[in-house]
Design a protein around this ligand. Sequence first.
Ligand SMILES: Nc1nc2c(ncn2[C@@H]2O[C@H](COP(=O)(O)OP(=O)(O)OP(=O)(O)O)[C@@H](O)[C@H]2O)c(=O)[nH]1
Ligand SMILES: [Mg+2]
Length: 399
Amino acid sequence: MTTENKARTAALPKVVLVGVDLGLPHFDHDLDELAQLALTAGYQVADRVVCKRRAPDPALFVGSGKADEIKALAMGHGASEILFDQALSPAQQRNLERHMGLPVNDRVLLILEIFAQRARSHEGKLQVELARLQYLSTRLVRRWSHLERQSGGIGMRGGPGETQIELDRRMIGDAIKRTRERLDKVKRQRATQRRQRERRSAFTVSLVGYTNAGKSSLFNALVKAGAYAADQLFATLDTTTRQMYLGEVGRTVSLSDTVGFIRDLPHGLVEAFAATLQEARDADLLLHVVDASNPGHLEQIQEVQRVLREIGADDIPQILVFNKLDAMAPDRRPLQLLDRMEVDGVGLPRVFLSAHTGEALPVLRQLLAGRVPPPAGGNALSNSDFWATPSVEPEDSAQ
Ligand SMILES: Nc1nc2c(ncn2[C@@H]2O[C@H](COP(=O)(O)OP(=O)(O)OP(=O)(O)O)[C@@H](O)[C@H]2O)c(=O)[nH]1
Ligand SMILES: [Mg+2]
């Protein structure tokens, strides 16, 4: 780390990360993903606490002894905030803040914060705004109980606070309605653009995948566009679409880079980003990009499949792109760069490649070329025909 970087990091607010192992299979014992989310949101991680519980404590999520321990640790580090890996209920968050005397937030808010920092386009901003308003509407009571305590005093019970809550609820409700209407308008514009594309009978391919898998890097490698790729979670929030010429078949297909998925993606965000994700929903083919060098990549695949089901895109043909081949340990390198892998009972073509070095990129292009039906007017194939003619033979997968 350079001196300049060190100084910059030292100035960032410190946080203590907390993860509670409830025996769920996807629990991240090292809290690495939460740490990366925290870094992306502009915090520095002072310490990590992991504890085991059979079930969350309804009041504090952790036991009160553990809460004391976390508080002492946070004090010792001079931390200004505590971040939980799991979603906290409004009551748990409120109780924890009282107990700790520090702001306590969860993964959901962290993701919302990153989205808010990243949103660039009109549509992206509206989407984040909607998700934030929805999140806020469930936490309103907390904010106002805080104000009540301040302005309360003897003889001032209830009254003003409650009116304020009512007023605020209504304002938030109105704001949600307005934001939704504006988003609907953008959605209609998108639909028009899509129809125009369809009229040109463009074959559309969408890049989907877990955040940081390398979707934008692959997008750039395929179309030589300048999409923002960075070692941050949610580097991309807006869908970018470019035409990609497949010289192999003399056809142009339309390629879209999309927002990344993540475990426990706040539900409001999935809903808010439905317009962006619509691009994936309407694609003829999905390139599901996977960071093959990530030890948790199998769980990440499952998470992406879950979101695809949620947005109704699970019936679209998929090619698995196992990216970051260059970063895989030599003993994990597959013997074949092209094979099939079973996901949710379906055998999917899988290609190992590196968006960085360009290794095996031509294999993917070939695979794509083999899947693009001839231009309209020619012998156009339906999706099912397209899927019934795999150019790759089923094989036992290497992993
Ligand atoms: N070693 C290696 N790193 C890669 C490769 N492709 C992408 N990366 C790195 O992985 C990180 C994430 O890449 P992005 O292309 O931004 O990933 P993304 O899937 O678009 O991420 P989000 O937009 O945040 O969802 C960056 O640091 C890239 O440099 C690759 O083939 N090899
Ligand atoms: Mg990206």
